[in-house]
Design a protein around this ligand. Structure first.
Ligand code: ZN
Ligand code: ZN
Length: 535
């Protein structure tokens, strides 16, 4: 039978089949960017295609993976916050999965370097290497296979005279806070939830926009955001020296309505508000970078790339611009730092007891925005909010995001590791991107001895729980070898086909889990028509 004729408008109003598949996958908790692996059973020689989740943390990229990542972070936060025994930190031997990813990474590097040496395009192999790096990190290996940046140059650490000194205690190797005992013999070990904010850049109204945009200090706002992670690091260092033990933290960086970063921090152990105020007053981060106040080369007058020497030259005189090291050496004893970042005087601190309602609420705050990009936490809706975000983006455009920033050229200095094509105002550094609001650091900052487990350990805990619930014993992992399946392979599954498999896999898996739960509860399966889980 031929289907009835439809108008173009009617056809356009119909959902696209692929979108429905994607939505179904999300509804069932499946990832929308699965990675295809080829699994070979060494005993039987049988080859199977396995789709593993991408593991992305942003809901805009993969809602299911982002939600799982958030749940995992909440578990990590909860487990570490009120530990009453010192976590044991001994790195495990790499497991087969970790070994497999690193072997793949090594092969990719070799192919990439070979391609590079023979003058071929390395873009695709670089992308593959990037993906593999993500998988390596996800599998629970610390650090990177290649150094991200070479050793840091020694910088001046002159103390500021305008800042109170902090009493310093030697840091004991313990990470557990004090225990308190009530007169009737009950002991408890409280911990803290602390929120630190940036300073004021000018009065703001209820919607987070400046009362007077012309006097709002956008430059300081931009620089504080750029160096926020370093400032937080300084705060923790001071806190440890002041309290005299290796205090541990789980922190989440988020924007406030005025689009300045603030940080929610769960710390193990307590301190008084007075002590906290003291530590904050003594905490600052000095940015000892070459001065960048005077624009030496504006649009139409930009330094020129000199291929033979691999650096930039003055367009008028042809002289080499000073290198970053030369500019750093030129900083004299009477110079001031490019920027001094400090927290604002406003902070929030509360004691939190293990397992309390307060603890659950704070963990909610800490993980609330983790699935969103920092710039998407507060979407501007009014004209004033749009204009405010615009002005901050403008201020960030010519700020220096890092030693390699293209904007150094504007101030007459070679960026670190210079290359052709750098243009001030078009730096590719993440911090300049609108959605970063100047903060390009990690959203979750967790100290090493927080829960004594890596995220991969927490993930493994969850998996073990699931397998136990389902009554499945995992086959011996040494029975299999794993390989990523790439584009040119004959068994490569195109994305649309992968999605169909994800939907089918998730439905089977969920039914098995529901069934197992019902068995565990001692209930017989209810009438299927009443469960309403059909899509
Ligand atoms: Zn995913
Ligand atoms: Zn930059």
């Amino acid at each position: 039978m031929t289907p009835p004729r439809q108008t173009r408008a009617q056809r356009l109003a119909m959902r696209l089949a692929r979108d429905v598949v994607r939505d179904l996958a999300v509804e069932h908790g499946g990832g929308v960017r699965p990675v295809q692996l080829r699994r070979t059973d060494l005993d039987t020689g049988q080859i199977e295609q396995v789709l593993v989740p991408c593991g992305h943390t942003l809901a805009s990229v993969c809602p299911s993976c982002a939600e799982r990542a958030k749940t995992l972070r909440a578990a990590q936060c909860r487990e570490g916050w009120h530990l009453d025994t010192e976590p044991a930190i001994t790195p495990d031997d790499p497991d087969d999965e970790q070994r497999m990813w690193i072997e793949q990474r090594a092969k990719t590097q070799q192919r990439r370097d070979h391609a590079d040496a023979t003058g071929r395009d390395t873009t695709e192999l670089d992308e593959l290497a990037g993906d593999l790096d993500e998988q390596i990190a996800r599998s629970g290996v610390r650090g990177h296979v290649l150094p991200a940046r070479p050793a840091r140059r020694h910088r001046s650490t002159r103390r500021r005279q305008d800042t109170p000194d902090l009493p310093r205690r030697p840091i004991e190797p313990r990470t557990i806070g004090k225990t308190y005992t009530t007169p009737d013999g009950k002991t408890f070990r409280p911990s803290m939830f602390i929120t630190l904010t940036c300073d004021s850049y000018g009065a703001v109204t209820g919607d987070g926009t400046p009362a007077d945009p012309s006097t709002y200090d956008y430059q300081r706002a931009a620089r504080d955001a750029l160096h926020f992670a370093a400032l937080f690091g300084r705060f923790i260092q001071n806190l440890r020296r002041f309290l005299g033990y290796d205090i541990q933290y789980f922190a989440a960086v988020e924007p406030q309505r005025r689009v300045a970063p603030h940080v929610h921090t769960a710390v193990r152990g307590t301190l008084s508000r007075t002590e906290l105020r003291q530590v904050l007053a003594a905490t600052y981060h000095q940015v000892w970078w070459p001065r960048a106040d005077i624009v030496r080369f504006g649009e139409g007058n930009l330094p020129v790339w000199h291929e033979a020497s691999g650096c930039y030259v003055d367009p008028a005189t042809g002289e080499f611009l000073p290198t970053r090291d030369q500019a750093l050496d030129a900083i004299g004893p009477d110079d001031v730092p490019l920027h001094v970042a400090r927290f604002g005087p406003k902070f929030d601190a509360q004691g939190v007891l293990a397992g309390s309602r307060g603890a659950a609420r704070c963990i909610g705050y800490l993980t609330k925005y983790l699935t969103k990009h920092i710039g998407a936490c507060h979407q501007p809706t009014t004209d004033a909010q749009h204009a405010h975000a615009e002005r901050l983006a403008d201020a960030l455009r010519y700020e220096l995001c890092s030693p390699t920033c293209a904007n150094w050229l504007r101030y007459g200095i070679q960026p670190k590791n210079p290359r052709d094509g750098l243009r001030p105002g078009r730096c590719k550094g993440q911090a300049h991107r609108r959605e970063c609001l100047g903060y390009a650091g990690r959203r979750v900052l967790v100290s090493r001895k927080w829960s004594g487990k890596t995220l991969a350990d927490h993930r493994a805990d969850r998996k073990a729980w699931l397998l136990a619930t389902l009554g499945i014993t995992e086959p011996d992992p040494s029975r299999y070898t794993w390989e990523p399946v790439t584009h040119g392979d004959s068994d490569h599954m195109p994305p649309a086909r992968r999605m169909l498999h994800v939907v089918a896999d998730r439905i089977t898996w969920q039914q098995a889990l529901d069934e197992a739960r019902r068995r565990a509860d001692g209930h017989s399966p209810p009438d299927l028509s009443a469960t309403g889980t059909a899509a």
